[in-house]
Design a protein. Structure first.
Length: 356
């Protein structure tokens, strides 16, 4: 049965599903897409009637401003299915607020809340078979907006396309993750767009991350652009450090993404009675803690990875390996988060959002 949205959405269903062609036990992240997508165009000063249609290409003029001036922002979310068939999202209100916050910074008009939630719920209902139960399974949901007006003058577009597409997912990272503390390149600067999920932020970090990969590191932990003395965030995750029994993470600012998983971990730490400091963190402080044995854990927090333990890091020619811990903070937070997301644990902060 097709979900009946509360706002008008034109729906065209796929004549045949391609789900039977998918091996759900062996999925490369972000390479397979579901049967339908949601799209909505902005023109003449207003968002038009949204629609859901079979997944497939759309046409853009070569002069579309997104190609020339990079007006593009996105979000990352996940849908989960419990053992009774219920479909859940995790704190989607935060993603909705953030995509409009990102859009504002790039002079993109706000997207209506009812279009966002009704469009996403309708899409997830149509493609519900793609959401598999089990704690290792999820459906990654990618909302994004791009500038589509054909005009190459350096000015904001007057036309946009908002899209929601979905991709079945398992673990984002497999194996151990090692990071390098960045010493020369910068992800973002004061007054820039580092706090926004702007497409260009990610494009600019690919080259430094590629260089790190040649040295055996999977990710970079970015440092402040002015001095490279303070640790900020990784390429796809916010970062937490456990020194002794205390958790430390950097404060958000206009260089650091306000991660949904990050703020959830901070709240869970409070719930669990784990001391958590939100403050600036010097590179040297973490290196000293590693040398004297006080650095117990580093882990990343993000939608795709949920919680990703870091096994080692490098900086200034030094490398440090971290011992694997029984009953680590990372494992506690991951277990708690995944339980909430899959409707297998209590949800005292009402983070779960029911789709059906």
């Amino acid at each position: 049965m097709i979900y009946e949205p509360k706002c008008k959405i034109d729906i065209e269903t796929a004549s045949e599903s391609k789900i039977g062609q998918v091996d759900f036990e062996h999925i490369e992240f972000g390479k397979i897409f579901t049967d339908h997508l949601f799209e909505c165009d902005y023109k003449d000063g207003a968002w038009q009637t949204p629609k859901i249609r079979p997944y497939g290409p759309f046409s853009l003029d070569p002069g579309a401003r997104v190609f020339h001036y990079g007006q593009a922002v996105f979000e990352g979310m996940k849908a989960y299915k419990d053992e009774q068939g219920g479909i859940w999202l995790f704190r989607p209100d935060e993603n909705f607020r953030r995509i409009n916050k990102s859009a504002k910074r790039l002079a993109i008009p706000d997207f209506p809340e009812d279009y966002f939630f009704e469009g996403m719920k309708t899409l997830l209902q149509l493609d519900s078979d793609w959401i598999k139960p089990g704690l290792d399974n999820s459906l990654y949901v990618r909302p994004y907006v791009i500038a589509t007006e054909a005009a190459i003058a350096a000015a904001p577009s007057r036309e946009y396309k908002f899209v929601i597409m979905c991709s079945p997912a398992k673990a984002y990272y497999s194996g151990e993750v090692r990071v390098v503390f960045e010493e020369s390149f910068s992800r973002a600067a004061d007054g820039g767009v580092g706090f926004a999920k702007a497409a260009g932020n990610y494009a600019a970090q690919f080259y430094p991350t590629e260089l790190a990969g040649k040295k055996g590191f999977q990710q970079i932990i970015w440092t402040d652009a002015n001095t490279h003395e303070y640790l900020e965030e990784a390429g796809t995750m916010n970062i937490f450090f456990r020194v002794g029994d205390k958790l430390i993470t950097s404060p958000t600012n206009d260089r650091i993404l306000d991660g949904v998983t990050r703020k959830s971990v901070i709240q869970l730490a409070e719930d669990m009675g784990i001391a958590c400091e939100v403050r600036r963190i010097k590179v040297q402080e973490i290196k000293d803690a590693a040398k004297n044995g006080e650095l117990k854990e580093i882990f990343g927090a993000g939608t795709a990875a949920v919680i990703s333990p870091i096994s080692g890091f490098g900086h200034g020619g030094d490398t440090f390996e971290l011992k694997k811990l029984e009953n680590s903070y990372a494992s506690k937070f991951k277990s708690r988060l995944v339980g909430i997301q899959h409707n297998e644990g209590d949800d005292p902060h009402n983070w779960r959002y029911a789709v059906n």
